[in-house]
Write a protein that binds this ligand. Structure first.
Ligand code: N01
Length: 574
């Protein structure tokens, strides 16, 4: 090929950063194709998010039957989930089972952080350094670093000097924490707080919760998994997986496409109650326009607000706990007994929406001029979402360009998988892909298969390097923004837009056009000869046979086509 540099021999075909669900499956897929790989993982075990987030009450919010790998039918058959939404220890046990079953550990180096990754243009490879002193080369650098992994520890004066323990929900001690008899302060009221507060309240002598923004939460109605449902799913697991892939969210749940405003108030109430009784994230499936029409959204929001008012005894506390903004704009929370916890006499809610927490003293947290006594502080303050895990590692591409510099005004990618200036660099569930707006495990599997198929294709045609072109990247970034603007989700100050932390650029980071629409686009790019990519600096000169993994030939579920999917321009207007 023209301009092809001469690649040097490398230690590994690929280095994978992270051994969460993404890194584990990436390793398995690479091995299946005969590639050599080394995975570096900071923790001392696999599991990623489910390794770090050990706070009380942590569990998934997509039913476990779907929040699990789908690449192996044998795995689906042999693993049995105990609950509708499995708790963190069980999900971690699943990850460990997968690691053992597929013999992954021998290529994972634990307790090792990647400290630098630099593209060597002359050698056509990545030079990787680690906290353990490794210096290795790999043809490909694959980032499996997670979307919600870089903890946001708030910059509150005095917090670092607090004499008692300070915890972050995303960095919870392995040994667990016993709050019995302690005065505890929890900062934050997002998903992690909402899951943990009821259980911390069970132990603590006094619990003070500092709330900056009230959140909508829908009851999980978690339960032991019904054996009949388990048997029915296992009898035809591929059917459930296929239905899930055809959905905008990458997981299947009952959905009503009808607009909320076309229903009578009585019908709406019935419908909302039915979806409330199902519980969890599927509540947003009660009507098809809830995330696209403010007036429709307000009907759903008001239904949830009434539920909060009905369970919280003190009207002033109920009012503080009641969100006034758009339902589902921030990610919906899923709880077990969250609002009820504020009826307990030892639990206090402190509003810090108008004035931030002033400081942490030696004996407590000071807000609105009042000191609230605390022996321990829990920061349930979230993450530097989507890009935070990249910021932690100095990553440099061609001509020494730092990724952090390229992304300083917001991440720029082609398909959320690749970025110009960084050849042979892949991001699993990177910004610009459905990622957190889909079921993460499905989103991970689709990216891993695409990357593995791409690498195998490159081997087939003898290409050493792949990189997208600037026009397709610019078009994709614009497309991601255009589609986001259709959804109410782009309108509030959430972590989706980086607005949960000061100083981050406001950009809607995940791709909201719908999972199957996105998958079709990735497939087309591949089957049309890797449109928009250069191999070894030149466009693909032939339309070669490609290796698209069959299960990603995803149909659309036309009953759930949304305005964002139509705006994505890849579905018929029905
Ligand atoms: O983090 P968050 P999270 N002073 O950013 C507040 C996934 N997840 O860890 O809203 C006072 O949502 C902040 O206030 P505000 C899920 O995708 C899933 O809870 O920015 N408060 C907010 O209340 C979720 O969306 C599960 O005004 C401060 C809270 O801290 C994502 O992870 C479980 C503050 C942070 O909420 C993140 O959830 C857990 C300050 N200085 C997480 N700084 C499942 O159920 C921040 N806050 C699967």
């Amino acid at each position: 090929m023209p301009n092809a540099p001469s690649p040097q021999p490398v230690d590994f075909d690929a280095v994978v950063v992270g051994a969460g669900f993404a890194g584990m499956y990436m390793l398995h897929a690479l091995r299946r194709l005969g590639f050599t790989a080394r995975v570096y993982e900071t923790g001392d075990d696999v599991g990623g998010t489910w390794y770090w987030n050990r706070y009380p009450g942590a569990r998934c919010d997509i039913e476990s039957l779907q929040y699990s790998y789908s690449f192996s039918e044998e795995l689906d058959q042999e693993w049995t989930w105990s609950e509708k939404y499995a708790p963190q220890p069980e999900i971690l046990a699943y990850a460990r089972h997968v690691a053992d079953r597929f013999d992954l550990r021998r290529d994972i180096q634990f307790e090792t952080a990647v400290t630098a990754a630099a593209y060597d243009e002359a050698g056509v490879c990545w030079r990787i350094e680690t906290s353990k002193g490794d210096a290795v080369s790999a043809r490909f650098c694959i980032m499996a670093v997670g979307c919600l992994s870089a903890a946001n520890v708030p910059d509150i004066p005095g917090l670092q000097e607090f004499p008692g323990p300070v915890y972050h929900t995303g960095q919870w001690p392995k040994a667990g924490v016993d709050f019995t008899g302690l005065k505890v302060a929890v900062i934050g009221t997002g998903s992690s707080a909402i899951q943990s507060i009821p259980l911390i309240a069970d132990q603590a002598a006094a619990l003070t919760v500092f709330q900056r923004t009230a959140n909508y939460s829908i009851p999980a109605w978690n339960e032991t998994l019904d054996p009949a449902r388990l048997a029915a799913v296992k009898a035809d697991y591929p059917a459930l997986r296929a239905k899930a892939r055809a959905r905008p969210t990458g997981f299947y749940f009952p959905f009503n496409a009808k607009p909320a405003l076309s229903a009578s108030p009585e019908e709406r109430e019935r419908q909302y109650q039915e979806f409330w009784d199902r519980g969890g994230l599927p509540f947003l499936g009660a009507f098809g326009d809830l995330l696209f029409d403010r007036d429709a959204n307000e009907t759903g929001a008001e239904f949830v607000r009434a539920k909060i008012r009905a369970v919280v005894d003190d009207p002033a506390v109920a009012d503080l706990l009641t969100p006034k903004d758009i339902l589902g704009c921030k990610r919906l929370c899923v709880d077990t007994g969250y609002y009820q916890t504020f009826n307990r006499p030892h639990v206090k809610l402190v509003d810090v929406s108008k004035r931030p927490i002033e400081r942490v003293s030696a004996t407590g947290v000071v807000a609105n001029g009042v000191e609230y006594a605390a022996d321990a502080i829990v920061c349930a303050t979230g993450f530097a979402a989507m890009t935070g895990s990249f910021d932690r590692i100095p990553i440099t591409g061609r001509d020494g360009l730092p990724l952090a510099k390229k992304w300083e005004a917001g991440p720029r990618t082609y398909l959320g998988l690749t970025t110009v200036g960084f050849p042979n660099f892949f991001t699993i569930t990177g910004p610009g892909s459905p990622s957190v707006l889909a079921s993460m495990v499905q989103a991970i599997e689709q990216h891993v298969d695409w990357i593995a198929d791409c690498m195998a294709h490159m081997r087939d045609i003898g290409a050493a390097a792949i990189e997208p072109t600037l026009p397709v990247e610019d078009d994709w970034v614009e497309h991601v923004n255009t589609v986001a603007a259709i959804s109410l989700r782009s309108t509030c100050s959430s972590w989706y837009v980086g607005a949960n932390m000061p100083g981050r650029p406001r950009v809607f980071m995940p791709y909201i056009g719908g999972f199957p629409v996105y998958v079709q686009k990735c497939n087309e790019v591949m089957t049309d000869g890797f449109i928009g990519f250069l191999f070894d600096g030149a466009p693909a000169s032939q339309t070669p046979e490609v290796r698209l993994t069959e299960r990603w030939r995803v149909p659309l579920d036309i009953d759930v086509i949304s305005p964002a999917m139509i705006a994505a321009g890849r579905v018929p207007i029905v």
